[in-house]
Design a protein around this ligand. Sequence first.
Ligand SMILES: O=C(O)CCC(=O)C(=O)O
Ligand SMILES: [Fe+2]
Length: 238
Amino acid sequence: MLKLGFEENESKGKKQVMDLGNESEVIYIPRFLTWDESWKLLEYLDKHIPWTRPEIHVFGRSCIQPRDTCYVANEGLPELRYSGYQPPVHSWDDYPPLKQILAAVHEALPGSSFNSLLLNRYKSGSDYVAWHADDEKLYGPTPEIASVSFGCEREFLLRKRPTKSPKVQVQSSRCAEESPSKRLKKSNQNDQHSFMLKHGSLLVMKGYTQRDWVHSVPKRARADAVRINLTFRRVFQT
Ligand SMILES: O=C(O)CCC(=O)C(=O)O
Ligand SMILES: [Fe+2]
């Protein structure tokens, strides 16, 4: 099996470390994987992953998740459940390239040990993920989440949760429609951040980012090509 090389050098593009305050941090490495290996991986993932577009349930309403998804995890972990949906668990062994990407991510993030992976496929600019936090209990209080992107560049937004009555504005739904731009206008400059997630990039959310911030990938009319995103997570045994 070919090793995807993670080397700490200039060719990775500038590594950005963003301190969000209160022990929340985001790291962004634009050229984590090379352009060529990223195209091969995109092609492989598009073709071989058993994508589904499940029905999810939010606040008593059901809707079709506005993107394709697949879940891969180690055996014997507590099951993931979000928006009333429990994704079937697939095995790493059936998708060797996922293990290669996992190894490269582990190499880039010393001390990390991810045991699960949520994959998303955005077929076009009308696919999206609504504002949410990956704050499911099974990830613990300070989850490290490593996100690798392939294909069409899409905007990844981070927004601080309001300090008062946090539940009011935050959608735990990942399918609800809302206009991020309207909300963004109201908030402070330091309470919102945007990253154009490049083909082959790595973005890491750390510390209390899931407790204090929400994130989304909004619809974009002009994004006309497929994007695949992989988020590696560690599920804790209870
Ligand atoms: O596609 C992305 O960049 C983010 C996906 C995400 O936030 C999630 O799957 O929880
Ligand atoms: Fe997320």
